[in-house]
Design a protein around this ligand. Structure first.
Ligand code: GTP
Length: 339
């Protein structure tokens, strides 16, 4: 590699559960020997995505190359967490050839891209592109839109809509994901609405499981740090960004007998409490494999991802994310079956 060439960095953002980690996994599977480092950020204080990625078993995806920044939102912890992580990566004897940053679903990309303007970073790294993953079915269900009645209220403020629109305003490429769950006409209609929210020239493609060619997605050459002014958003700095609208907590879960039964129960709990995202791991009686639980709104899936490691505590744990005001006790006791 030319040592005078800046290292490209790709920021992958998109609302909770849109498919960011799935996309990252897909990109890593196409790394072709390229040294790709990953910075993964989560809103909750328990890192699930980094753990899932390090267990992905993809050749060339080394645990060392994954830096997990849990407990907060990258856009709000730029100086304390993100820049030191970047410095660690850049000072390696063999620095990465590409850096992928997966933000939390609630992060605003613009304050993060601004961090690439810091002299130490700017001289070595460029933002190749900001990629926004959109959860097509959630958008079709109106998840990111206020109703007419809501808009009519003077104090109207819809945190989901604001995060969604700010992410799109900063995009260089948008993936309209979960195309497998939508009709062709629906995809066209959503694409038309999305185009109205994007800067001219931004690429938009419909995807399933983030199935996009890494040569395109990791080669946008946008130099986003140079044209931040062309990306006007509602919240330009992390200080403007009110994470108080959302909350997250983790629920420890004892060994379960039947993960399907747990999933059925979770479906009811998610609907009752309007939980936006729930994910984590379960220990299942009589199984040596760890069981992953993924829920985005009411859509729940589960699978065994890897054997429990020798000496690893077989501890089940689920992370719950929703709008502020979740009834933590009720959710906790319904999940653990204490109610
Ligand atoms: N049907 C379908 N499911 C998908 C697709 N992409 C992702 N998923 C599923 O959606 C769920 C969430 O995917 P993730 O990749 O973890 O989403 P994320 O954006 O990283 O989630 P957070 O980091 O928690 O915000 C998982 O169960 C995925 O398997 C898709 O194209 N189609």
């Amino acid at each position: 590699m030319n040592r005078f060439r800046k290292i490209p960095a790709t920021v992958i953002t998109g609302f909770l559960g849109a498919g960011k980690t799935t996309l990252v996994r897909h990109l890593l599977s196409q790394a072709d020997g390229r040294r790709i480092a990953l910075i993964v950020n989560e809103f909750g204080d328990v890192g699930v995505d980094g753990d899932l990625l390090s267990a992905c078993g993809i050749e060339g995806c080394r645990e060392d190359d994954i830096i997990e920044l849990a407990n907060g939102c990258l856009c709000c912890t730029v100086a304390d967490e993100f820049l030191p992580a970047m410095e660690r990566l850049l000072s390696r004897p063999l620095p990465p050839e590409h850096i992928i940053i997966e933000t939390s679903g609630l992060a605003l990309p613009k304050p993060l891209v601004k961090a690439f303007d810091w002299p130490d970073v700017r001289s070595k790294v460029t933002v190749d592109g900001v990629v926004v993953v959109v959860d097509g079915p959630a958008m079709a269900a109106g998840r990111f839109e206020s109703t007419v009645e809501e808009r009519a209220r003077p104090d109207h403020d819809n945190p989901l809509e604001e995060v969604f629109d700010d992410q799109l305003a900063c995009a260089d490429m948008v993936l309209l994901n979960k195309a497998d769950l939508m009709e062709a006409g629906q995809i066209e209609a959503l694409a038309a609405t999305l185009k109205g929210k994007l800067r001219p020239g931004v690429k938009l493609v419909a995807t399933r499981q983030g199935d996009v060619d890494a040569r395109i997605l990791l080669g946008l050459e946008a130099r986003a740090e140079d044209d931040l002014d062309a990306r006007p958003t509602l919240h330009d700095t992390a200080q403007d960004h009110n994470h108080d609208d959302f909350e997250s907590f983790a629920v420890p879960v004892g060994t379960v007998g039947d993960p399907q039964a747990v999933a059925g129960r979770l479906g009811q709990i998610i609907a009752r409490h309007d939980i936006l995202r729930l994910k984590g791991f379960l220990s299942v009686a009589g199984k040596d494999m760890r069981h992953v639980v993924q829920a985005v709104g009411g859509r729940i899936s589960g699978y065994y991802d890897r054997p429990w490691k020798p000496g690893e505590e077989r501890a089940g744990q689920l992370v719950v994310i929703g709008l502020k005001g979740l009834d933590r006790e009720a959710i906790r006791s319904s999940i653990t079956g204490d109610s």
